[in-house]
Structure formats: structure tokens, C-alpha cells
Design a protein around this ligand. Structure first.
Ligand code: MN
Ligand code: MN
Length: 466
């Protein structure tokens, strides 16, 4: 009799009912959430590209006692090290007391590239009163969203003599910004009848960079020549130097509180900085000294994780192997017993577009960080489908640390899909699962998240590293 009653009670206590995290916390915790959000917003305002995030995280790590690491360096228990991958990514780790052959490593991977508009290698031209840069967009964007808004230029130029010039213009209040034209509605009748994926084409994403003619200058290229003079005076670069430049146009918009209650954050590149930032802070603030924890920030996720700075690069496997070798451990055993969080955002349920979501398996904003057991498209294809055993382990870690979390898939079956770096880490024989912040309007120039979910991601990653 007693047992039955107990079982009934447990059934009724089934706790997987999504609750708004704000509703569960006291005023003090809410203030912590808001303080964390404030620091995050400052960080994403100051760091919009993978290069800038790499620089900033490196500085933060150095201040927190991390030392440089290169292949072959000696390592001992307690060491905190950081490795910079070609200025576009970071591997930070701390060697714990525990035997990594037995307990494995704890790894969190987040990406630090976001969708944007990249400048072409032969970009500059003048036409009919304006001067433009030709572009090739980066990542999966709705092209029409990137017109008629202020843009900033970020990046580097390697000039003829090999010097590297850093460019960041459009972020300060008195900086000029840049702009992509759209058609006025008065003349947009036929444009508006076209499909959204073509009514602004890739080759129409030309960035306005000037409009002033000066007396001197070749006929027909007076604006362009003036721009080149300005670039030369300000940066010492010539037109040819665009050949070896990496310049990106990103929204010249600051992250802001959204809503009368300030529950939400609007900002550029929550994908994936809303996961990368909490992962970084969890790495810097880790306390427990048992686990060997690794925080990996990668580039190129938005275009398929290719290249030496994407997660497919062998550099990450090399570092894990190097650590094992130096500590005298069998890397294969270590990888087999390691677990990894692929910290990437997921789609937040959007009641304006209910047709693409299945509500029981959707991420509701402010209900906590979201676990996606699998991603992929149509029959889970291309997905790292994490095992029930791994989900169980994570569930336990979250329960022990009072993490408020939810689970979801990206959208309805067969509606679309998406992928993360999870499957590439799993290829190394490391059990991996996707966990991240739900985002509304993902890949738009200005995305929406909840402060409660951001804080929950931090609590989740902190618990994982504990
Ligand atoms: Mn992402
Ligand atoms: Mn993305």
C-alpha cells in the first residue's frame, strides 16, 4: 500500500513541465541573471568577430592565471593553459587531479563566427553617385534582412609589406557606418511579387562606402579615388591590398534590453556568442579540481566547420592527444571516456509561426537552457543522435546542481533542419550532446534571447565543469 502511494506520488511529481525560470527565482537570483546579462551585452558589443572574441578571451584567460600552451609543452596537475589557433579560435584547458583514462575529459565546444556580409577580394567600384564594396555573404541568411540598416566594418588587411592592419569602423557613436540599399515601396511592386529568397540577390548586397566627388581624380572614378585616398591616409592601404584582406560587414547595432520588463536581449550574433560567453566564464571560474576541463571556441561553424580553424581541423584532436601523451595517458581510452557539450543555440518556439513547431518538443523562451538530443533533417539524417545513457548522465548533473533546463528539437519533423559541430566531435569517439540557448529570429541581424536562458546556460556549463 505504501509503495503504491509512493509511486503515485512520484508519477504526479513528474517534473518535466516547462516553467518560466523567472517564476522560480527570488529577487537576488533575478538580479544575478540581469548582472550576467549586462556583462554579456558589453562583451558582444565589443567583440563581433571570431578574431575579436579570440583576442578578448585570451586576455581574460591570462588575467585568470592561464598560461600559453604549445604542442609538446610540459604539463602537470592544476595547470591552466590556453592555445590560440590562427587568431580565430581558442582551446583553454585545466588539468584536473582525476585519472583521465578513467573519468575522461569534460569538453565544451562553442562557435564564435556569426552570419555576416564578407567583402570580396576585388570589391571597390563607383556607380552613379555612390561608391560600393562587392560582397559575398557568410552563413545562412535571409538576404533581405541585411538591407537598409547601419553596418560596421570589422577585420584585417595584410598590406603589401606583410604588415597587418586591423579595421573596426562603425561601432563608436561618432564613427561613420555603411549601408546596403533596398528598393523604395513606390517602385517595389514587381520586387514584392518575387520570392523572398530572390528579391534581394547576393550580388545586390553591395555596401555603400562613399558618395563624395572631389575635383582631382580620374574621370568617372572620382568618388572611388577619394575613398582610396582616405583608406591610404587612415590605414596605409592601397586598392590592391583588398586582395589579402578579411573584412566583414556586421550590424552596427548594440545589444539592448527588450521588453517593458527587460526580460529579453536583442542583439547581433547570439548564435553562438550566447553559448560561447557562458562557456568561457564557466571555464575561467571553475572551482572543483578533479575534472580535466576543456573549452574550445571554433570558427567556420556557419559555413560547414571546414578549414584549419573549423572543428573539422585536426588541431583539436592533436591537442587532446598531446595532453594525454604528456601526462602518460592512453589518448584512445581518454577520448572513449570523455563527454562533450556542443554548446550551440537552438530555435526558440515562436507563436507567430506555430506551423513549423511541434509544441511538446519545442524550446519555450525563458524556460532554461535547451538540450537537443539530435538535430539533422528528415529522419534525423546528418545528426549526432546522443545516446540515452549520455542524456541520463547530463540529466543527473543538472539535477544535482539545480539547473533549470528543457529539451526540444529544432522544429516539426520534415519541415527543415540544421546541424552543429556535435557530429564532428563524436567522430573522435567522444560522446557529445547539443545544449544551448533558445533563439528567436536566428541568423537575423538582430536576434532575440532571454536573460534567464543565458544565465541557465552558464549554470549548466558550470555544473558540467564541476
Ligand atoms: Mn550556431
Ligand atoms: Mn548558426
Amino acid at each position: 500500500m505504501e509503495n503504491i502511494e509512493k509511486n503515485n506520488k512520484e508519477i504526479k511529481d513528474f517534473s518535466y513541465v516547462k516553467k518560466n525560470y523567472y517564476e522560480l527565482v527570488d529577487e537576488k537570483t533575478k538580479q544575478e541573471m540581469f548582472n550576467f546579462a549586462q556583462k554579456y551585452m558589453t562583451f558582444i558589443n565589443e567583440n563581433k568577430t571570431e578574431r575579436e572574441i579570440t583576442d578578448s578571451f585570451y586576455k581574460m584567460a591570462k588575467q585568470n592565471g592561464f598560461k600559453d600552451y604549445d604542442f609538446g609543452d610540459k604539463l602537470t596537475i592544476g595547470d591552466k593553459r590556453i592555445f590560440i589557433n590562427r587568431n580565430k579560435g581558442v582551446v583553454a584547458f585545466r588539468i584536473g587531479k582525476g585519472d583521465i583514462e578513467e573519468i575522461g575529459m569534460r569538453i565544451i565546444v562553442a562557435h564564435i563566427d556569426s552570419p555576416r556580409i564578407d567583402i570580396k577580394q576585388v570589391p571597390l567600384y563607383e556607380s552613379d553617385g555612390l561608391c560600393f564594396l562587392k560582397t559575398h555573404y557568410y552563413g545562412g541568411i535571409k538576404k533581405y534582412q541585411w538591407t537598409a540598416m547601419p553596418l560596421a566594418l570589422h577585420g584585417v588587411v595584410i598590406v603589401k609589406n606583410g604588415d597587418k592592419i586591423e579595421i573596426n569602423i562603425g561601432e563608436k557613436d561618432d564613427d561613420p557606418v555603411f549601408y546596403i540599399n533596398d528598393l523604395l515601396p513606390h517602385l517595389g511592386k514587381s520586387q514584392m511579387e518575387q520570392k523572398a529568397n530572390v528579391f534581394i540577390s547576393g550580388e545586390q548586397l553591395n555596401v555603400v562606402v562613399g558618395g563624395m566627388t572631389v575635383k582631382e581624380g580620374e574621370n568617372g572614378n572620382k568618388i572611388k579615388n577619394n575613398i582610396l585616398n582616405i583608406l591610404n591616409a587612415k590605414y596605409g592601404m592601397t586598392e590592391e591590398d583588398f586582395l589579402s584582406a578579411e573584412l566583414s560587414a556586421v550590424p552596427a547595432l548594440k545589444a539592448r534590453d527588450v521588453g517593458f520588463d527587460r526580460a529579453l536581449i536583442g542583439g547581433y550574433g547570439h548564435d553562438d556568442r550566447s553559448c560561447a560567453y557562458p562557456a568561457m566564464i564557466a571555464m575561467l571560474e571553475q572551482e572543483n579540481d578533479i575534472n580535466t576541463n576543456i573549452c574550445i571556441l571554433v570558427d567556420k561553424e556557419e559555413i560547414g566547420s571546414e578549414g584549419t580553424t573549423g572543428i573539422k581541423s585536426k588541431v583539436f584532436e592533436d591537442i587532446i592527444e598531446d595532453i594525454c601523451q604528456i601526462l602518460g595517458k592512453n589518448a584512445k581510452k581518454v577520448r572513449k571516456n570523455s563527454i562533450c557539450i556542443s554548446a550551440d543555440v537552438t530555435s526558440g518556439y515562436d507563436s507567430n509561426f506555430p506551423d513549423v513547431f511541434e509544441k511538446n518538443n519545442s524550446a519555450i523562451l525563458s524556460c532554461g537552457v535547451c538540450m537537443n538530443k539530435f538535430s539533422g533533417a528528415g529522419g534525423k539524417s546528418d545528426s549526432n543522435d546522443a545516446s540515452a545513457e549520455l542524456v541520463g548522465k547530463i540529466r543527473q548533473i543538472f539535477a544535482e546542481n539545480n539547473v533549470v533546463w528543457q529539451t526540444a528539437e529544432l522544429g516539426k519533423v520534415d519541415i527543415g533542419g540544421g546541424g552543429t559541430v556535435a557530429k564532428f566531435i563524436a567522430e573522435l569517439n567522444i560522446d557529445t550532446i547539443d545544449i544551448g540557448v533558445p533563439v528567436i529570429s536566428m541568423h537575423a541581424p538582430y536576434e532575440l534571447i532571454s536573460k534567464a536562458d543565458l544565465y541557465s546556460a552558464f549554470e549548466a556549463f558550470r555544473a558540467f565543469f564541476k
